[in-house]
Design a protein around this ligand. Structure first.
Ligand SMILES: Nc1ncnc2c1ncn2[C@@H]1O[C@H](COP(=O)(O)OP(=O)(O)OP(=O)(O)O)[C@@H](O)[C@H]1O
Length: 304
């Protein structure tokens, strides 16, 4: 079952509708994003992306710097709105291991507040049609994000950082801390709840970032180069931990990386971007054995 569907998503930065139309027409003729930028002055973030992320899948988005990875992932929580296209998210899918619901009965489900897209399967919503209140609800109940540079609040302790997002759930402090403690334990940081972020190593800080995202108990986890700032040994440990957690929690994870080894290790499927275009989606084996073009073949080349 598809969880997230991007349909014909294009993003031209800093252009009016008419200006974007001009850039899109050149892209439709096959011009690449560098040439479009030279000719029109507008940056192409994405062009005509069609991508379905399955429920419970760990899906890697991979590509060189500037290929559009961050632009793509930020569309899923609407930190960025597209120039054109549609984004459907199935809000009927819930996380498997809802520990929060065990300690709190105040959690509302997605269905309570989000409009269902007519004509789409089950509970797919068009997230581009959400108003401010619905978008806030969507972000609180459906998608969480883990950032490359952790994004922890420096003057809050580890447990306060992890519990912070739960305040909107109307949980008591005791409940919030109970949930936060559970997730800190899951990421192996149970003895550090009273520490402050700057007392922790980068790897530990990112475990806090992961615990904070997991504590929201949302079915979709967006990870934007989440392990890229870590040294190789710690990075490998966090990759292992993510795979272990994923096997139990069955979340839908969109994981951005520019490192093909990381993509092959953690991704069930990998989507490869080049110059804002999606060139291929497949399992690591698909990409290795049937690369669609030279760009994919070069990424996979060293992996035969
Ligand atoms: N706010 C912005 N304004 C104008 N152009 C932008 C903006 N953000 C991104 N771009 C352009 O869109 C294209 C895709 O950028 P994006 O950051 O999504 O790529 P990326 O693959 O995530 O790169 P990196 O790995 O370096 O983070 C690039 O050409 C970039 O310069």
């Amino acid at each position: 079952m598809n969880h997230i569907q991007l349909e014909n998503i294009s993003k031209i930065y800093n252009a009016s509708h008419a200006q974007a139309k001009m850039a899109l027409a050149l892209l439709a003729e096959g011009m690449d994003s560098i040439a479009v930028k030279e000719q029109t002055g507008y940056s192409v973030g994405l062009y005509d992306i069609n991508l379905a992320v399955k429920a419970g899948e760990l899906h890697c988005i991979m590509g060189l710097s500037g290929s559009g990875k961050s632009t793509l992932i930020r569309h899923i929580n609407r930190l960025i709105d597209p120039t054109s296209g549609k984004i459907l998210v199935n809000t009927d899918i819930n996380a498997k291991n809802s520990v929060n619901k065990i300690v709190s009965n105040s959690v509302v489900t997605n269905k309570d507040a989000l409009p269902i897209e007519k004509g789409e399967p089950s509970s797919a919503i068009n997230i581009l049609a959400l108003n401010d209140k619905e978008l806030q609800h969507y972000r609180q109940q459906t998608v969480s994000m883990v950032f490359q540079h952790f994004g922890l609040v420096p003057h809050m302790t580890v447990i306060q950082n992890v519990a912070y997002g739960l305040r909107v759930r109307k949980m008591s402090i005791k409940e919030r801390h109970e949930v936060a403690r559970h997730w800190l334990n899951e990421v192996g940081l149970s003895n550090l709840e009273r520490s402050y972020p700057d007392e922790l190593s980068g790897g530990m800080q990112q475990r806090v970032g992961l615990a904070r995202a997991l504590a929201m108990d949302n079915p979709i986890l967006l990870m934007d180069e989440a392990f890229s700032a870590l040294d190789p040994l710690i990075r490998a440990q966090l990759q292992d931990q993510l795979l272990e957690l994923q096997a139990r929690l069955n979340k839908t994870i969109v994981f951005i990386t520019h490192d093909i080894d990381e993509a092959i290790k953690v991704g069930q499927r990998i989507s490869i971007l080049n110059g804002g275009r999606l060139v291929q989606t497949g399992t690591p084996s698909d990409l290795r054995h049937n690369p669609t073009d030279e760009y994919v073949a070069r990424f996979m080349g060293a992996k035969h």
